[in-house]
Design a protein around this ligand. Structure first.
Ligand code: A2R
Length: 307
């Protein structure tokens, strides 16, 4: 049997599929010398000192597409292959982005409360909301998920633009400058990876450019948005609305943000449906089993593609 270290939670289905091939160890009881494989998730990743202590480690399987909590370059230098679960969650995360955008525009949370609280009977109809049709929408990060978001938005007849470091071969308007795009659009949707290159990319200047009638949607990583600047902008009316699935210090969400009425908040649920988590879990397990049986993997992260 091969020794697998489990960091964070896995589903029952993953556990069942792993059991015939692996001795599964939790973090409170394992021999670092024996561990050759790790299963973890995008949030927990693997701390560098733990990775360093696993001298016989050969593979890290991440149950998630974002792997900013794993130092993939350090792993690659040691010949450790890191895998993740791209593509199988594209449509689900796109649904979450659209859900947040529509909830901001049509004030789903406020109006649900209008009915639930009994105010409808006492005060009459709720104030009008805004139409989500025909909006200018800027996508920050037009990769696998960003493109799925653009496609999923089509029934609302949007004018789509995007900002990435490299222009893509797509029928959308490219901005090489994020502030310029934020000035142009009504909605900014963040879907880049996390990590140092995107840290606080959406800063006070970008939020100011998006403006008082603008909406920010973040389904990427909390680190991509300067959360203090966001709270200030939402409070001052410099930014209209925000729909957030991710936060800087999850699961801790600042009270200032929770107190605002112009935000819709989700608990990092972008891919969190039974169907999509099953597909992600299957791919995370398939990577481990293939590595065990054939020495190869299905979906290595780019830093480890050569291994
Ligand atoms: O910049 P490019 O040309 O490499 O385009 C990538 C873009 N991107 C950035 N855009 C602007 N500034 C940056 N510093 C920057 N870094 C990366 O993000 C590309 O268009 C997009 C990432 O696409 P994929 O690698 O296909 O990732 P996927 O599967 O769409 O997932 C994105 C993220 C995950 O890493 C999780 O954190 C989250 O969605 O759930």
């Amino acid at each position: 049997m091969t020794d697998l270290l489990q960091i964070g939670g896995i589903t029952e289905r993953m556990h069942k599929r792993l059991l015939p091939a692996f001795d599964i160890h939790k973090q409170d009881n394992f021999d670092p010398e024996k561990i050759t494989h790790v299963i973890t998730n995008g949030h927990d990743g693997i701390p560098l000192d733990l990775m360093a202590s696993l001298r016989n480690l050969r593979m890290i399987s991440v149950y998630g597409v974002g792997y900013d909590a794993v130092d993939a370059n350090a792993a690659a230098e040691r010949g450790i292959v890191v895998t993740h679960t791209p593509n199988v969650l594209n449509k689900e995360v796109a649904t979450t982005a659209v859900l947040l955008m529509l909830s901001c525009y049509r004030q789903l949370v406020r109006d649900d409360d209008h009915v639930r609280s009994g105010r409808w009977e006492v005060e009459g109809n709720a104030p009008l909301t805004r139409s989500a049709d025909n909006q200018k929408i800027g996508i920050l990060g037009l990769g696998r998920i960003g493109q799925a978001i653009a496609e999923k938005l089509q029934p609302w007849s949007p004018e789509i633009s995007y900002h990435t470091r490299n222009q893509k071969d797509v029928p959308y308007r490219y901005f090489d400058n994020l502030v310029e795009m934020a000035k142009h659009v009504d909605v900014l949707i963040c879907i880049t990876p996390g990590g140092p290159s995107t840290n606080k990319l959406v800063n006070a200047e970008v939020l100011q450019a998006l403006g008082a009638t603008g909406t920010l949607i973040n389904v990427s990583r909390g680190s991509v948005v300067d959360e203090n600047a966001l709270i200030d902008a939402l409070r001052n009316g410099d930014l209209g609305w925000a729909g957030l699935d991710v936060f800087e210090n999850e699961p801790i969400v600042p009270k200032e943000l929770r107190d605002l009425s112009n935000v819709v908040l989700l608990p990092h649920a972008g891919s969190a449906t039974i169907e999509t988590r099953a597909a992600m879990g299957d791919l995370a397990v398939d990577n481990l089993l293939q590595h065990l049986e054939a020495g190869s993997v299905i979906t290595a992260v780019p830093e480890c593609g050569h291994l």
